[in-house]
Structure formats: structure tokens, C-alpha cells
Design a protein around this ligand. Structure first.
Ligand SMILES: O=C(O)[C@H](O)COP(=O)(O)O
Ligand SMILES: [Mn+2]
Ligand SMILES: [Mn+2]
Length: 514
């Protein structure tokens, strides 16, 4: 024990047998909801998960995965992968980025911090660029926070502001992009009345422009760079409302995947490329989908794509997105200090870990699990395996994703007896659920169930222990509902497909009596 009274030493658990391999399976986006045709988990054949539900009551719990129970600002906040895996990995609840940004904006502390002072140095001569997700989803960003930041920045001296918007349709209903852009345009016109030169400068759908994660597809970030920094895109419009409305006329259009566009003046010149002497803020608070753009904006040595022109800017993140890489160096709000996570305890106690998922969720069981830190705590005790995800597709075309491959890796790791903890994330329910394709989501849930079976069979073979749980809901409810729980119909009498997460609880199954 150290002089402060803290010790890494873990005491023996009163009930758990020692020396057994533990499998930790996180089913991404797998909640519990009423059984109806919009509950893809219910509709799918899921014999393994069904049999777990029939287990003795002391072997399972339904737990909340949304709202204040997991450190989010309000009970209306759905759970998400960051908060879910942070909480699972740390075994504790932290006030999450969303809440910390709320505090900093409400108290005005954001404007007194080092990060804001740093960007403010450019306000006299340069433009302030704000890049981020435009919605009220509350998973990566929030419109009301952007609105407060716009007001605060202009009151604190920003004279020229350009917003680079990423449309959502994933944490909110598809088609809502138009309303969000109209709201923002309205705010910016009010700023203009006050003498601030404020405009939207570029845009695109979040999954096609800028917000890739875990280096799945740098082409996504490049499209954003070209529009935001270089002022180049295949589509040019004079206003962002016109841009989004026009681009949505394509029958296959989807807010998540809108092509990149730039706003140009009457002479066709882009109104807001990022130039030397400008300030840039990425206003998303959530880390995973900001790390890649942060690297492009901050790193001198960068070989992921040709940046063509690298402006000398003052760049700050809303938060610091990676605690290990200290990326970005400057940020407006201190991130939650997620310390002494379970992974760190394990290495201090000689317990060997294997973690695996496919690219799109790999960082969930490593980076998020370890408190938003990339890399190993101790490479000699840990092995992290990433199975490459298919890039450039929406996962409804491959709903089985790499579930089988993840399960095989986990099975082999368990049977090798080289590891004490084997943890995986099975992405299917979530990634396919986000596409809004109900049929494909049913196939996805079946595939995830088969993967769970393979892992639990291996655990049984070695006489191990399992924990099967989820980070939040998604696939168990694929329709927007009214207050009485019935599908809410749109003005044409159609159901509205829910692509987002839910407020539903999640299962926690243990193979031992707790
Ligand atoms: O980033 C995403 O894909 C969604 O906004 C949230 O999904 P996740 O929290 O499951 O990653
Ligand atoms: Mn998730
Ligand atoms: Mn999700």
C-alpha cells in the first residue's frame, strides 16, 4: 500500500472461484423491450440469449444504461458506446463529456480556460471555425451547446465565424438535418445583425464526411478536409438550407451519408476555407469520431492522405479526445479523469487480458474500456486483436459483420488458456440497427447470438466464467413511439424508423450466483 493508502492489490472475491478464465461479452446495442415486430432481437432466432434469460434469477439483472445512472446529463439521454464502455471498464460512473461541457458553458468557465484563450489569440485577424455534428442527439455533440458557444465566442471577441456542419440521422431521425440547419442559419443571421460575420461554410453526412473512427477509412476524413480546409467539394450551394434540401431530393439520400458540399458566394468562391491565422474548434465532446480529424489538424507528420495545404492554425477540441496521445494539445473543457480502470488493476495483479472486436468497435473494448486511452497498460500482459471491418459499406448489406471471426478469436484465446480475461464487443445489433434496416437487423441479432454461443461453449470447455452484457439498447426497438408506446406515425401515416439508441435497460448475465 502506498503512503496515500491506495493499493493496486485486489482482494479475493468472497464467492468467485480463483484461477478461472472469465469471458466478458458486450453485445453492442442490445436492450430489453416489449416483444413486437419492431423488436429485432425478439424477432430473430436467438436461442443462446433466450436460454440465458431462462437462467436462475440470481444469475441475471436488468440494468439501466442511459441517463444519470451512467453519468449523462438527464434521464432523456440515451446510452451510448462511450459512456457504456467507460462505465464497464472503470466499474464506476463519471460525469461524461456532455455534462462537463454543460457545466463549463453554464458557468462561463469555458471562456476562462487555457483552450479558449488559445483560440482567442486568432480572433483579431482570423476566422473562428467550428466543426462538428449538428443535432440534438446528445451522443457526440448537442445543438444547444453549439448555440451557446457561438454566442459566447462572439461576445468574447470572435468577429468572423464559419461553421462546418455534419448532418446526423443516426442519433436522431433521418431527415431532421433540414430543421437543424434552418435553426442554425437563423442563429447565424441573428449574429450577423449584431455585426458578426457568421455563416455555414461547408457540410456533409457524418458517416461519409469527417466522423470515421478507429482508422477504418481515412477517405471519410479526407472528404471533410477537402471541404472544410481547402474549400473543395463536388457540390456547391449558396446556402446550407438549400444544400441539404437539394441533396436530400435523391431518393437514396440519407442524412448520415450526405455528400460533402461547400457554400460559395455569388462569384462561386468558397465562403470559409480554413486559412493561416484562423482558429478551429471541433465541438463534439465525444472522442472516438474526433481522434482522426484531430490528428489531421494537429500533426505535422501525417501520411494518411495528402492534405495539400496545411494551414497554421490554433486548434482546440471541445475536450481532449485521447488521454494517452494528449490529443489535441489544446481543449476547451477538461475531459473526465477516468482513472484506475479495471484493465490497469488487472495488469498490476498479474492477470492476463485478451480483447477483441472488429475495427468499427475495436476501440470500444480497448480505448473506451481503458478510460479513453489508446495503447496497452502493459503489453506483456495484454493482447488486443482488431479484425478489419469492411470499409465503405453500410452494414445492412453485411449484417453478420465479423461476429463469427471475433468469436473464433475469443474461442481460441480461451482454449489457449493463456489469458485470464477475454473480452469482446459484438457490434451487429448496434451497427446494423443504425442503418434502420429492420430485416437486416434481425439477421444481425441472429449472428451475434451465434457468436455468443461459440464463446460460451469455449468457456464451458475450460470450466470458466462468463459475463454477458450490453452497453445500451438499439436493435430491440426500431421505431419511434408516442407516449403510450405505440409507433408514432408521420403526417403521411407511415411509421418512422428509429436509427438511434434507446432508453431501454440491458441485460447482465453471470454464470455464477452473485
Ligand atoms: O457513433 C455512432 O456510431 C453513434 O452515434 C453511436 O453509436 P455507439 O455509441 O454505439 O458507437
Ligand atoms: Mn454501443
Ligand atoms: Mn451505436
Amino acid at each position: 500500500m502506498s503512503s496515500s493508502g491506495f493499493s493496486w492489490k485486489l482482494e479475493d472475491h468472497p464467492k468467485l472461484p480463483k484461477g478461472k478464465t472469465v469471458a466478458v461479452v458486450v453485445l453492442d446495442g442490445w436492450g430489453e423491450a416489449n416483444p413486437d415486430k419492431y423488436n429485432c432481437i425478439h424477432v430473430a432466432e436467438t436461442p443462446t440469449m433466450d436460454s440465458l434469460k431462462k437462467g436462475a434469477p440470481e444469475k441475471w439483472r436488468l440494468v439501466r444504461a442511459h441517463g444519470t445512472a451512467v453519468g449523462l446529463p438527464t434521464e432523456d439521454d440515451m446510452g451510448n458506446s462511450e459512456v457504456g464502455h467507460n462505465a464497464l471498464g472503470a466499474g464506476r460512473i463519471y460525469a461524461q463529456g456532455a455534462k462537463l461541457v454543460d457545466f463549463a458553458l453554464a458557468s462561463g468557465k469555458i471562456y476562462e480556460g487555457e483552450g479558449f484563450k488559445y483560440i482567442k489569440e486568432c480572433f483579431d485577424k482570423g476566422t473562428l471555425h467550428l466543426i462538428g455534428l449538428l443535432s440534438d442527439g446528445g451522443v457526440h455533440s448537442r445543438l444547444d451547446q453549439l448555440q451557446l458557444l457561438l454566442k459566447g465566442a462572439s461576445e468574447n471577441g470572435a468577429k468572423r465565424i464559419r461553421v462546418h456542419v455534419l448532418t446526423d440521422g443516426r442519433d436522431v431521425l433521418d431527415g431532421t438535418s433540414v430543421g437543424f440547419v434552418e435553426t442554425l442559419e437563423n442563429d447565424l443571421s441573428k449574429l450577423r445583425e449584431k455585426g458578426v460575420d457568421a455563416q455555414i461554410a461547408s457540410g456533409g453526412g457524418r458517416m461519409y464526411v469527417t466522423m470515421d473512427r478507429y482508422e477504418n477509412d481515412w477517405g471519410v476524413v479526407k472528404r471533410g478536409w477537402d471541404a472544410q480546409v481547402l474549400g473543395g467539394a463536388p457540390h456547391k450551394f449558396q446556402t446550407a438550407v438549400e444544400a441539404v434540401k437539394k441533396l436530400r431530393e435523391d431518393p437514396n439520400a440519407n442524412d448520415q451519408y450526405l455528400p460533402p458540399f461547400v457554400i460559395v458566394d455569388e462569384s462561386g468562391k468558397p465562403v470559409g476555407p480554413i486559412l493561416d491565422g484562423d482558429a478551429v474548434v471541433t465541438f463534439n465532446f465525444r472522442a472516438d469520431r474526433m481522434v482522426m480529424i484531430a490528428k489531421a489538424l494537429e500533426y505535422e507528420d501525417f501520411d494518411k492522405f495528402d492534405r495539400v495545404r496545411v494551414p497554421k492554425i490554433h486548434y482546440a477540441g471541445m475536450l481532449q479526445y485521447d488521454g494517452e496521445l494528449k490529443l489535441p494539445k489544446h481543449y476547451l473543457v477538461d475531459p473526465p479523469e477516468i482513472e484506475r480502470t479495471s484493465g490497469e488493476y488487472l495488469v498490476h495483479n498479474g492477470i492476463r487480458t485478451f480483447a477483441c472486436s472488429e475495427t468499427v468497435k475495436f476501440g470500444h473494448v480497448t480505448f473506451f474500456w481503458n478510460g479513453n486511452r489508446s495503447g496497452y497498460f502493459d503489453a506483456s500482459m495484454e493482447e488486443y486483436v482488431e479484425i478489419p471491418s469492411d470499409a465503405g459499406i453500410t452494414f445492412n448489406v453485411q449484417p453478420k459483420m465479423k461476429a463469427l471471426e471475433i468469436a473464433e478469436k475469443a474461442r481460441d484465446a480461451i482454449l489457449s488458456r493463456k489469458f485470464d480475461q477475454v473480452r469482446v464487443n459484438l457490434p451487429n445489433g448496434d451497427m446494423v440497427g443504425h442503418t434502420g434496416d429492420i430485416e437486416a437487423t434481425v439477421v444481425a441479432c441472429k449472428a451475434a447470438d451465434e457468436a455468443v454461443k461459440m464463446i460460451l461453449d469455449a468457456i464451458e470447455q475450460v470450466g470458466g466464467i462468463y459475463v454477458v452484457t450490453a452497453d445500451h439498447g438499439n436493435a430491440e426497438d426500431m421505431v419511434k413511439r408516442n407516449k403510450s408506446g405505440q409507433p408514432a406515425l408521420d403526417k403521411n401515416g407511415n411509421i418512422q424508423v428509429l436509427t438511434s439508441h434507446t432508453l431501454q435497460p440491458v441485460w447482465n448475465f453471470l454464470s455464477f450466483s452473485s
